[in-house]
Design a protein around this ligand. Structure first.
Ligand SMILES: C[S@@+](CC[C@H](N)C(=O)[O-])C[C@H]1O[C@@H](n2cnc3c(N)ncnc32)[C@H](O)[C@@H]1O
Length: 221
């Protein structure tokens, strides 16, 4: 089995169950237009996030790492009328693009983009009593993943779902003393997760149109 087959199967799943509407397609175009990287989750991953949000009846969602708002839109579309999603983004160019995309998706009343480094914004959210969040999606820079996860534990409640993307990195996590700080960041996180008694967790390998990777899926005990 090769990458091409995984891509074809991913497209097949997307055609069946994760069809992008024009708003989501426009988010992808908006990234190219703004010279931003195509680091959004894939359609089937966006749908997976949405299914998790629906499964736990999420009313209050937190996301770390907005980019153009692609995963944000998948997640926010399951929110009830009074539901809220906070997404944290430190790059103003991304936040500007995301806010336009969220307005195009008619989600501006439910979603707020908080600008700043996640480790600066998270304590503010705690002070504002913004939690507990029903679902937290961690998809920002990789070196502080352990610290992001520790914050997610603080800002959640028993039953909350915490999802952390890109924790396998094409299998590079298997290599000890890897020179890449992103790989080392997720290795440190994966080890922390392994010893964490506050969650029931697993890692779901992800194959398809994006690089071979994995999502940590956790439920707070
Ligand atoms: C992988 S992209 C997010 C993709 C998005 N979740 C999606 O699937 O559509 C990571 C984002 O995290 C942002 N980021 C990086 N470091 C950050 C930090 N310290 N705090 C907040 N955001 C950060 C980047 O600017 C980038 O937009």
């Amino acid at each position: 089995m090769d990458k091409q087959l995984f891509e074809e199967v991913d497209k097949y799943i997307s055609r069946l169950l994760a069809n992008e509407d024009q708003v989501l397609k426009d988010v992808i175009t908006s990234l190219d237009q703004a010279g931003l990287p195509q680091f959004s989750v894939s359609p089937s991953q966006g749908k997976l996030l949405q299914v998790f949000a629906a499964m736990c009846g999420a009313k209050n969602i937190l996301e770390l790492g907005t980019l153009g708002g692609y995963s944000t839109i998948w997640l926010a579309r399951t929110l009830p009328d009074a539901g809220k999603l906070i997404t944290i983004e430190f790059d103003d160019r991304c936040a500007d693009v995301a806010e336009k995309n969220l307005a195009a998706a008619n989600l501006q009343s439910k979603v707020s983009v908080r600008r700043g480094k996640a480790l600066d914004v998270l304590p503010l959210l705690q002070n504002e009593n913004a939690g507990p969040f029903d679902l937290i999606f961690i998809d920002a820079d990789k070196p502080p993943y352990t610290e992001y996860f520790q914050w997610a534990l603080k800002l959640s409640r028993p039953g909350s779902i915490i999802i952390c993307d890109n924790v396998i990195r094409e299998g590079m996590v298997l290599e000890e003393n890897h020179p890449d700080e992103k790989v080392r960041g997720v290795q440190r996180f994966n080890n922390f997760l392994s010893a964490c008694t506050e969650v029931n967790a697993t890692i779901l390998p992800t194959v398809g149109m994006k690089e071979f990777d994995g999502m940590a899926i956790c439920v707070k005990i």
